[in-house]
Every structure is written in C-alpha cells, then in structure tokens.
Design a protein around this ligand. Structure first.
Ligand code: NAP
Length: 283
C-alpha cells in the first residue's frame, strides 16, 4: 500500500509556521511587504494572483500589486524595479511571467536585488544554488525537496532521476537534490533508454509537461514518485486535472507518491512565502 505525500496538508503546516514567525516580527515592528508586478491584462494571471494574495493575507505579509500596461518599455520597467530595490519598505519583489515579447525577461529578473528576489531566478541566486551557498532558490524546485524532507524521506545517497531540464524546475531541483547528497540523473527529450533509466530511480521527479506520460512500465517497485506536472482539460464536458504521471497505473508500485492536484502545486506559494519571511534575515 502506497503513502500519499499530501502537499495541501504539508503546505498548510508551513503556512501556519510562517504565520507565527510573521506575527513575532510584527511585534518587533518588522512588517514584511512583497510587491507583485503584473504587466498586461492576462485574466488567468489575475486569478492566480488573487489566490496567492489570500495566502499572503493568511500569513500576515503585505501583498502590493503593481499593474502596468503591456505597452510599458523595458527601460521603464527596469527603472521601476530599481526604485523598489531602493525602497526600504519593500522586502520582496516578484515579477509575473511571461512578460510581453517586447521585454527581455532575463534583463528584468536580473535587475531585482538578489536579497529581494524571492522567486530565485536572478543570476546571483542561481549562482548561489550552484555553489551550494545560501540564497533564494526557485520555489517549485525547493517545494519538491521540502515535500520529501517533511515526509521523512532520506535523500542521502539515493538514486534520484529527474525528468525535465527546464530552468524553472528540472535544473534547480537536480542541483538541490545533489546538494542533499543524492545521486542525480537528469533526463530530457533527447535521452535514450528513458524507461531503463527511470527504473533505476529510488526517487523519480517528473517535470516534463506531458499529461499521464509516466505509467507503471517506467518505475520499479517501491519507488518514490514526485509529479510536478499539472494539466487541466475537458474530456466529454468533464474537467480533468492530472499530472505528468498516470497516477492510477503507477501508485500501486510506489511507496510514496504525490497526487495532482494537491501535491507539489501548493508548495510553490508556500516556498515563496518562506522566502519573504527570510528577507528579514537579509536586512
Ligand atoms: P518545460 O519548460 O516545458 O520543460 C519540460 C522539460 O521536459 C524539458 O527539459 C524537456 O526536454 C523535457 N521533456 C519533454 N518531453 C520529454 C520526454 N518525452 N521525455 C523526457 N523529457 C521530456 O516545462 P516546466 O516549466 O519544467 O514544467 C514541467 C511541468 O511542471 C508542466 O506540466 C508545468 O505545468 C508543471 N509546473 C508546475 C509547477 C507547480 O506545480 N507549481 C510549477 C512549474 C511547472 P528538452 O529540454 O529536451 O526539451
């Protein structure tokens, strides 16, 4: 019988811990504020931001939204970010991606001061991740490792196979696992003998963006599976939400598995909130 790694429950515990920390800081007159920058008018982003804001309100971190028209120039946006970098009342800066095609995302992210870059994508923070130093690391990747640790899964010496090499998930999660002394194999769309490699995994992290791609023929008995993928679609008018793993086929072969929804998803915002609280240490 497999164990479910319940991301909803684990993230709720984390949010409650952060709420206590935040209230302790407030008692010391240390208020935490994150500025969230949205460029353009994407309705899906607005729904996502509204959900995120509710969690900030719950923990007690101020969430300020700055909205700009999609016609804003890269220079104007950079100047706004520099202003926020120099504003002592702002602890954290988060830029909603993607940005309009006229703006170079890397240029923008790199202008965020590394001690306010709670999303963890600036070159300085990614460098710190590679060097095994402290910094803010990409939230979903950190959320994966946090899920494993809080489920008391020892990573030391474990064979971890990571499917996907994106900058958002695959690469950072691989480095984080390596920093935890796991033996890490990274696979991607050009990897040969994918099934055979997956079957060597004690822990399989799947982040490929392909609905139900991994079935029971990819895993060995007792494997731990973390499914980062998230897909929403309709099948005969029924709304389907699933991951990159075919849960129904795989679960019975696993010792632990994350569901979708309710696995990795809620951990991303939890790690973002954790970073916001940690900005206090950087003051
Ligand atoms: P991505 O940028 O599209 O990267 C996908 C990666 O998977 C690429 O490295 C690609 O290889 C690899 N890949 C694609 N098909 C493959 C195959 N058949 N076999 C092996 N590798 C394959 O996606 P992402 O941003 O990392 O996201 C991955 C999934 O996680 C998506 O479903 C996304 O929605 C989800 N996600 C969830 C959260 C969250 O829960 N909070 C956050 C971020 C992403 P190449 O490099 O060779 O193209």
């Amino acid at each position: 019988m497999y164990n479910i790694i319940d991301g909803n429950q684990i993230s709720k515990v984390i949010l409650d811990e952060l709420k206590v920390k935040c209230s302790d800081y407030l008692k010391l007159n240390k208020k935490i504020c994150m500025v969230d920058i949205l460029v353009g008018d994407d309705e899906a982003s607005k729904v996502y931001i509204e959900n995120k804001k509710k969690k900030f309100d719950y923990v007690g971190i101020e969430f300020k939204q700055l909205c700009f028209d999609s016609s804003i120039s890269e220079k104007e946006l950079i100047s706004k970010i520099e202003e926020l970098n120099n504003d002592d009342t702002v602890n954290a800066i988060f830029v909603e991606l993607p940005l309009p095609g006229t703006i170079n995302e890397k240029n923008i992210i790199d202008k965020i001061a590394s001690n306010k870059d709670v999303d963890g994508f600036s070159v300085k923070n990614l460098g710190a991740l590679l060097q095994g130093n402290t910094g803010f690391f990409p939230c979903t990747a950190e959320g994966v490792v946090e899920l494993l640790k809080r489920s008391n899964i020892d990573l030391n010496g474990k064979n971890c196979v990571v499917l996907g090499r994106s900058n958002v998930v695959g690469k950072p999660v691989s480095i984080l696992l390596l920093n935890e002394n796991a033996t890490v194999t990274i696979c991607h769309s050009k990897t040969k003998n994918l099934k055979e490699i997956c079957k060597t995994a004690d822990i399989l992290i799947v982040a490929i963006g392909k609905a139900k791609f991994i079935d029971d023929t990819y895993v060995k008995d007792g494997v731990i599976v973390i499914d980062v993928g998230i897909h929403r679609f309709y099948e005969q008018d029924k709304k389907i939400v699933c991951g990159d793993v075919d849960f129904d086929k795989v679960a019975n072969k696993t010792s632990y598995i994350t569901p979708v929804p309710g696995g990795v998803g809620p951990m991303t915002v939890a790690m973002l909130l954790k970073h916001c609280i940690e900005t206090i240490n950087n003051e």
